[in-house]
Design a protein. Structure first.
Length: 565
């Protein structure tokens, strides 16, 4: 069996003999010889903060990111204005560095007060220059949608090797096809994925494992701006005062078009008030299931029956309500194996105590937010975007929560919960740096290694305020591995793949997803903290196609691109 290896330091060919291997594995790493792109505006930016002063350093100004979210109004006056905006890390030009796409609000005749401004605000794309700096390239790339945008979801729907962008709006949504030359084309009409509702979350998934990414769009409420029948001393009428809207499942036809298969596949529910949505194989049959976080009502779990039909099983799975039996204002959903037993757990942020659902096996889940130490520390906040990530590379999954008031522009501090083992978490926000003492009106947030130094950084969108980029200065004191998947038989992004990493007798498991946490999307590469281990004993990838690939003795501290073989 031939294995070709290209790393940062050397190129080697070698043969490995043995019947235990499932298949050959081709993997490559980003080259240190890649030259960062320069820009004349870089010289005008302030200097980068010194490393090591804090665990997370606010590098927003120094990075060149000057995005300010605009909800189209001076104060929160309705549920729609409170939702946005999201963000996503993506490498849109394929140069190995993570760029940023950010969803913005705008003046909207139906929901905004005051007079329409002369110039409408729009979404923004920032290109990573490879030297810690960004420059805005929205106009050049042709992705400056000026609709009332909520969420960003990224996936290579046409399998051409370049990530495409789906924008969820209050009103028609937008699909931007990546042309591979630094520009995008709006193909929404031809693709047939516009809709015309109040879309919040969305997720890419290959529900039938045919090698093409399908799209699930989570829709919110039938907003009526004239409705003010209920006295709302806390701000404005809440979501229960409006009818819900059905979510939509689009099947990818493989020719640039999609077909609405919502009713056909059994996921039609006209009463839903969806905020966030995620897709992962939680029942272990090789097909992605769908989890929908609903606002002020029961959540949904759609079990995938071999790609032929879905069945809603949230109640009997223990996910419909939280530990207290409450239908909370659920926001987003994030997946990980936080306790190391090989089963996928998930975290649903909400306006109450948040819910950490531990997988008990057999399709059953238990909300363990209270016994794990999360509920009491987060109960005084409203959680929006939240994500599992190993911020200190110690081989355990921590949790970042973006917080902000629900009905007013009142700030709240973000929170970081460190996984301390034995199924417990400890809030360590106060130890991370000055930003965690600032009260912001947080909404969207994405996690990714924007500077390719091996630890995961954080980008936050704050409602009607400046966005923030936090550089992680502590994680790469430990070893790490980043894995970039390239599907062949499976979809090009490898969405739906399961990855096992065995190091020093400890197995870490991760799943490649096509979106998830509230209105935002993380680094498309799969990150593993390795502690003090310099070698991964075994790397195993189980692709959606059913193909399994294994590699022994993988060197730590590199970015691998793994092609399905």
């Amino acid at each position: 069996m031939l294995i070709f290896v290209k790393t940062n330091l050397y190129i080697a060919f070698f043969y490995t003999l043995g019947l235990g291997m499932i298949s050959s594995l081709l993997f490559t790493a980003c080259s240190d010889t890649d030259q960062p792109i320069l820009d004349e505006k870089v010289s005008e930016l302030p200097g980068m903060p010194e490393e090591g002063l804090h665990n997370f350093a606010d590098v927003t100004a120094a990075s060149g990111i000057d995005f300010v979210h605009n909800m189209g109004d001076d104060h929160l006056s309705n549920v729609i204005e409170s939702v946005g905006g999201g963000c996503a890390f993506l490498d849109f030009n394929g140069n190995g560095y993570l760029d940023l796409y950010i969803a913005n609000g705008s003046f909207h005749e139906q929901i905004s007060s005051g007079e329409r401004p002369r110039n409408l605000t729009g979404n923004a794309l920032y290109e990573n220059l490879g030297n810690g700096r960004f420059r805005e390239v929205t106009d050049q790339a042709r992705v400056g949608n000026t609709g009332y945008s909520m969420a960003v979801t990224v996936g290579d729907f046409n399998n051409n090797g370049y990530p495409d962008i789906y924008v969820s709006n209050h009103g028609p949504n937008v699909l931007y096809r990546n042309n591979g030359d630094g520009t995008f084309t709006d193909v929404t009409g031809r693709a047939g994925v516009a809709g015309d509702m109040s879309s919040v979350g969305a997720v890419w998934l290959d529900y039938n494992n045919n090698g093409w990414l399908d799209l699930y769009v989570a829709n919110y409420v039938e907003f009526d701006p004239a409705f003010n029948l209920v006295y709302a001393p806390d701000g404005y009428p809440g979501p229960l005062n409006f009818s819900g809207q059905p979510d939509v499942l689009y099947r990818n036809n493989g020719d640039g078009t999609f077909t609405d298969v919502t009713e056909e596949m059994g996921v039609y529910n006209p009463s839903g008030r969806a905020m966030g949505v995620g897709a992962v194989d939680i029942f272990g049959n090789g097909y992605p299931d769908i989890i929908v976080a609903n606002d002020a009502m029961a959540n949904y779990v759609y079990r995938n029956d071999g790609g032929t039909k879905f069945e809603e099983v949230a109640m009997r799975s223990g996910v419909a309500f939280n530990r207290g039996g409450e239908a909370t204002a659920s926001m987003g959903v994030s997946f990980a194996d936080y306790n190391g037993n090989g089963l996928v757990d998930f975290f649903i942020s909400d306006a109450s105590y948040n819910a950490l659902y531990q997988n008990q096996g057999g399709g059953l889940f238990s909300d363990v937010s209270f016994p794990t130490g999360i509920a009491m520390a987060s109960g005084q906040h409203v959680g929006w975007s939240a994500a599992f990530f190993d911020f200190d590379n110690d081989m355990s999954q921590d949790i970042y929560i973006v917080n902000g008031d629900l009905k007013h522009l009142y700030g709240q501090e973000d929170q970081l919960f460190q996984n301390v083992g034995d199924g417990m978490f400890r809030e360590v926000s106060g130890e991370q740096g000055p930003y965690f003492r600032e009260a912001m009106v947080g909404r969207g947030g994405c996690i990714g290694d924007y500077d390719n130094d091996g630890d995961l950084d954080v980008f936050i969108v704050n409602l009607n305020e400046e966005a923030v980029l936090l550089r992680n200065d502590v994680g790469n004191q430990n070893n790490w591995l980043l894995i970039n998947l390239v599907g062949r038989e499976s979809n090009r992004d490898g969405v739906g793949a399961k990855i096992n990493v065995v190091t020093g007798g400890v197995t870490q498991t991760a799943w490649k997803t096509g979106g998830g946490q509230y209105i935002s999307q993380n680094d498309p590469r799969i990150h593993f903290g390795l502690g003090d281990h310099e070698v991964v004993d075994q790397l195993e990838i189980i692709w959606p196609s059913g193909i399994t690939q294994r590699l022994q003795d993988v060197r730590a501290n590199q970015i691998l691109t793994v092609e399905e073989q």
